[in-house]
Design a protein around this ligand. Sequence first.
Ligand code: UD1
Length: 340
Amino acid sequence: MPQTVLVTGGAGFIGSHTCVELLRSGHEVVVLDDHSNSSPESLERVAKIAGRPIAAAHTADVRDRRALDKVFASHKIDAVIHFAAKKAVGESVQIPLTYYDINVGGTTALVSAMHDHGVHRLVFSSSCSIYGNATVVPLTEESPAAPTNPYATTKWTCERILADLCRNLPELRVLALRYFNPAGAHPTGLLGEDPRGIPNNIMPFLAQIAVGRREELSVFGDDYPTPDGTGVRDYIHVVDVAEGHRAALDHIDDEPGMRVFNLGTGRGSSVLELVKTFEEVSGRPIPHRIAARRPGDVAELVADPAKVESAWGWTARRDVAAMCRDAWNFQQQNPYGYAP
Ligand code: UD1
């Protein structure tokens, strides 16, 4: 089992929850994060939950080769989990070059540093968004990729680069995990999603309405070909996603080369269903009105999670009500996120 794990973007939403799971299962954890969309405070809380701290935190941009060399020179890294990336679909349409630079350039810089320092195990954060306008759901890993926005295209591009590298560098082992929609928070209320500015993703937006920071939700489109006309997504609890990464490390040496897995629940929820569940769980009304579709959005993305279950015995265990409950708990305990 890989012992010391470098986690890029380890202070972020999924990264911080993953650090907790890694520490709990006995790994040493080194974090590299530029804090462009995260707070160092999350790592203090990781230590509090896990009962021990991470080994080191480096503040640096993942594209910075010098900084990467320093990290690999100062720790004996056995495996890397690469979360550091930009992830807002709408923003990616506005500033696509920045997305290519950070998401693709960051990944090649990282793999190049790994190669030079003899590190061959990588877990890559991919995304269900690569499936784009899926015609058939649920989506298996064999479903065709058809990204509809620059964010999704960067993730698909990284997957193809990594697959090609694996074909040419036989020592490399890559697991690309295609997350569906990670949501929720740690059940302790200490860790959660704390986006800078106006949240792009729906769950933190709902939580900020419930706590009184925002007025109402714009429901982006009610004319999709879905049962109630609003977008359907496969929301997966962030702790399930974190546990999926722990399982990935346990299985990264099963086979050489590149392997791809969906991380989803197999169950879809519409925007209106999510609003209703959040209202029930929080006991607060969520004012909402129908607005135009958001550019780059698709109707429905739901995983077929069978492959990862049969390979690793891993399956998502928490439901949408738990995601809403935990997101609400985090929001109540931290109305302004990690800010003091
Ligand atoms: C997108 C990506 C996903 C990625 C995630 C990371 C796509 C299709 N999906 O998720 O792969 O992991 O970003 O950020 O590219 N909504 C509203 N009002 C809001 C916000 C959202 O109605 O204010 C709706 C959206 O239209 C969508 C659903 O809520 O139907 C979920 O949106 P969001 O949380 O932003 O995630 P995705 O766009 O699905």
